[in-house]
Design a protein around this ligand. Sequence first.
Ligand code: T46
Length: 136
Amino acid sequence: MSFVREIELASLGDSRGELVVLEENKNIPFDIKRVYYIYGVDPKIPRGFHAHKETKQVAICLSGQCTMLMDDGKNKVNVLMNSPKQGVLIDVMQWHEMHDFSEDCILMVLASDLYNESDYIRDYNTFKNLMDEKHV
Ligand code: T46
């Protein structure tokens, strides 16, 4: 079984179209302190390449698609993100990379904490060593 947790976001759609609700501590498993979104990305340029020490996040691809590579230090899983009804939990200490953005991709991210650069681990070897110690 994969370590990646995907969250199915129900749509309250009707004949007029779709409506998806995001609620803290309901379908989003934390208090939502920050929301940001990424768009207009050059398809050739990947992003991410870090893990967070304490911040939890849920990523939702509102338009277009991209691939989220998730890595828990032991396993790597590529998740195709191509539906606004699909949330991907980026839990603490999960290395993640976003690849293959379509030109129309809008990736929205809900975060459990305000922005704090010291919460990032941006060096893969540092991440890997910390996870190896944890798994010993
Ligand atoms: C993540 C993935 C999914 C801020 O000042 N405030 C913010 O809230 C954010 C998110 C970023 N920034 C600054 C930090 C950098 O100078 O914006 C710049 C670009 O951020 P970064 O290079 O970290 O962007 P990505 O796309 O590589 O990663 C982002 C988030 O930073 C990260 O937390 O998990 O999206």
